[in-house]
Design a binder for this molecule. Structure first.
Ligand SMILES: NC(=O)c1ccc[n+]([C@@H]2O[C@H](COP(=O)([O-])OP(=O)(O)OC[C@H]3O[C@@H](n4cnc5c(N)ncnc54)[C@H](O)[C@@H]3O)[C@@H](O)[C@H]2O)c1
Length: 253
């Protein structure tokens, strides 16, 4: 992978927020490796010498994730130091009493275990680099506004996202001595295929827009810009979970 400024891994990079992150990082001249269970239906054009590699992998499968990263390094030659974990699945959006427990376990597994698996695969790759770990490790995870306070019908997804936020803080503290920053964003509603599917199934976003001080949904590109800031530029920030929600969590009533 020919790149002059680094190699980033993006889980869930085939769709939505992850895809927008891939586009921004390619624009910045980085090489990008996408790990996703679905293929990329559209590929952003890499700038300059940047390149993109794609692996069909379930992030909860630790062996498969590690093999994909090893293959990416073998094919590209640079050890990744950057990771955005933008994979995710919807929750059941049903009352806690009606939750199917197997589906609930899967939501927790994908979001929480998958984030841990991807994060430690990155760190293990860095630790195994010839000549020692490269400097400048940085990870951004995807939490959610549903990780703040109690929400109706979010006993699976909201709990998973709160756990991702907590995991981010734990990893930030554990890995700061290695020079690796770990931060999170808490998106408000962002118009991605995940949310479009909810709208298509009858979810009315007008109440969300009305409660959001900025009065609208976020675009994937706006979310990606905030993620890029934490990933690349916020050099003294670690353990932060930054709401990117048009003011949703700032409302005091
Ligand atoms: N869109 C929003 O409003 C919103 C709000 C808060 C948080 N988030 C979070 O942001 C992240 C991205 O969401 P999005 O809206 O872009 O969704 P999306 O559905 O558009 O993209 C998610 C991607 O993750 C992939 N994926 C799912 N399970 C996977 C697995 N086990 N292994 C590897 N890849 C897997 C999917 O194939 C898909 O390409 C998710 O973690 C989501 O929970 C989104």
């Amino acid at each position: 992978m020919a790149d002059s400024t680094g190699h980033a891994v993006v889980t869930g990079g085939s769709s939505g927020i992850g895809l927008a992150v891939v586009a921004r990082l390619l624009d910045r001249g980085l090489g990008v490796t996408v790990l996703d269970t679905q293929p990329m239906h559209s590929r952003p054009a890499p700038a300059g010498g940047a390149a993109i590699q794609e692996f069909l992998v379930d992030v909860t499968d630790e062996k498969a994730v590690r093999k994909a990263l090893d293959d990416a390094i073998e094919q590209g030659g640079t050890v990744p130091t950057l990771l955005v974990t933008s994979h995710g699945i919807r929750g059941g959006f049903v009352p806690a009493l009606d939750l199917d427990l197997d589906a609930c376990r899967r939501v927790l597994d994908v979001h929480v275990t998958g984030t841990l698996v991807a994060a430690r695969a990155l760190v293990r790759c860095m630790e195994g680099a010839p000549g020692g770990p490269p400097p400048g490790g940085s990870i951004v995870t995807l939490s959610s506004t549903t990780a703040y306070g109690g929400w109706v019908n979010q006993a699976d997804y909201g709990v998973a996202k709160a756990a991702v936020r907590q995991l981010t803080q734990n990893l930030a503290v554990e890995w700061a001595p290695r020079g690796i920053r770990v931060n999170s964003v808490a998106p408000g509603h962002t118009l991605t295929p995940m949310v479009q599917e909810m709208i298509d199934q009858g979810y009315d976003v007008s109440a969300t827009e009305a409660r959001t001080p900025l009065g609208r949904l976020c675009s994937p590109a706006e979310m990606a810009a905030a993620i890029e800031f934490l990933l690349m530029d916020a050099s003294f920030s670690t353990g932060v979970c930054m709401p990117v929600d048009g003011g949703w969590t700032a409302v005091g009533k």
